[in-house]
Design a protein around this ligand. Sequence first.
Ligand code: ADP
Length: 566
Amino acid sequence: MTSFIQIGSTYVGKALIDLLAGNSQINHIQASILFILLIMLVFGVGNQVIQKLSEYCTGIHNSIFTNYMERIFMERALQADLQFFDSPEFYDKFQNARMNSQAAVNVVWNIINAVSAAVTFVTTFILVSNTNLLFGIILVLAVVPSTIAERKYTKILYRWDLNHVKEQRQMSYISSVASDRAHAQDIRLFHISDILRSRYIKIWEIYFKNRKSLLKKRTLISLAFTVLPEICTIVMLAFIALSVVAGERTIGDFTLYQGLLAQLSSAVFLMVTYAISIYDNKLRIENIQDFLKIKNTIHNNGRKELKTVDSIEFRNVSFTYPGTDKKVLNGLSFHICNHEKLAIVGINGAGKTTLIKLILRFYDPDEGEILINGNSIQTYTLESLHRCFSSFFQNAANYAFTLRENITLSDPDQKSDDVKIKKALEFGGASDLLESLGQGLNTSLTRAFEDDGVELSGGQYQKIALARTFYRDSCVILLDEPSSALDPEAEYHLFKKLEKLCENKMTIFTSHRLSNIFMADKIVLIENGQALEYGTHEELMHKNGRYAQLYRYQADKFIHSEKLKA
Ligand code: ADP
């Protein structure tokens, strides 16, 4: 529409100049001038209205589409296998897709603009060619070299961006560390700010230097080629000026062709620019598709619904984390039955947490089998498998939501019941904490969004994460170092309560403090990826092997410190 308004304005301008120059045969000159000015006003206002409408539509479309893309990315991240969060390649692709999401928004407008430029081009080409076909053809050909150069550099820049995502991620990481609460204390105490700053600047300088030189080359080359259409336009105008001087054309004709030629070369230029942008958008959208195409490796092909867990068996299970070559588990076998409590012990890095992750199918073993109720774990649907477990991980994160939400998140299907929530908090050892909070269960955890939110200690956050685990209605409880951040008193009470809470539930837990093992029916000691020892505490102490040795280390330490105190 704007194309037609612009062309129309050029013709109206010609008519006005002819009237003013006295080249017109019309009788009522003043009325005609007024009429033309009125048309100009209509065109001007029309143009403004269309532009404002288009700005409004672009703005609305941008917001909706950006939000839509963000939700797609969020969904992909939510559904991604846990292993992807260990993979730099996944993060690179994620960042790439995020960075390029604007391309998916822009492509629609680039197509609309390209069509509009094409309409202007066709119309002005016909109008110019009416006078001289050669004019139109030469002007179009003059734009070709810059098109080729632009396309080439668009591709080079795109590839360059693709290969430098790592640097961009590193810079974003450093700036997120600078504003992250978890790092704020270290940064201040150790004066890490200089290191962060110089690291950021170092990456940026190399990144920017290379990108700048590419941009410079592109600008210089496209600048050189854009001179060509300008020269052609001036030569054509010179021909028309000569015919005006010779009396073959009017001054109005000159302004008309000046306008048409400017519109034609700008239409060709815009058409090329938008076509290149569409090409660039296409490359970037492929990037988004690449990211969305990443397939999960944990297949949810099982058809059986797991209702209750009567037994879990590890049969010669071996496992290596994807992208690494160290076998964390190497032929591990053990068995646990309904209502039993199994303690998994071993030195740091033995593979205790890994074992729990395998039970939850966050990863699948490379060799061997995990059986639940005698069937391979993979024969059950993932949803029903997860439904049967409630788990606590030592690095459990809390959420910047209310305390109530932080607890009920683990079982959103349950009708929110304050009595149950308070019971879970009591099991987690957080009853005192609840009483101290002014707004009780409605208190916001962290002050990230609410001024009256609360910041808690590591131990207090752990108690809330524990309460979340206990709130979930499940038949098996998995606890990975549930007392790692608790004080000795809280730890003692937790294990005492666990005895009661887990009375009729299968429970698997890890604990670095062997004194907590008292609640376990069976103990499995993992070393070198295998179940080195398996049995009750008494059996293993009697065996006087590795478990007895580890147990004595801790007991000796305790007796030694008692002696020192005495
Ligand atoms: P534990 O719980 O017994 O302390 P983990 O099961 O956490 O030990 O870890 C066992 C080994 O696996 C360690 O050597 C650790 O470095 C490695 N590991 C743990 N998580 C990952 C991971 N996501 N990617 C690669 N290696 C891992």
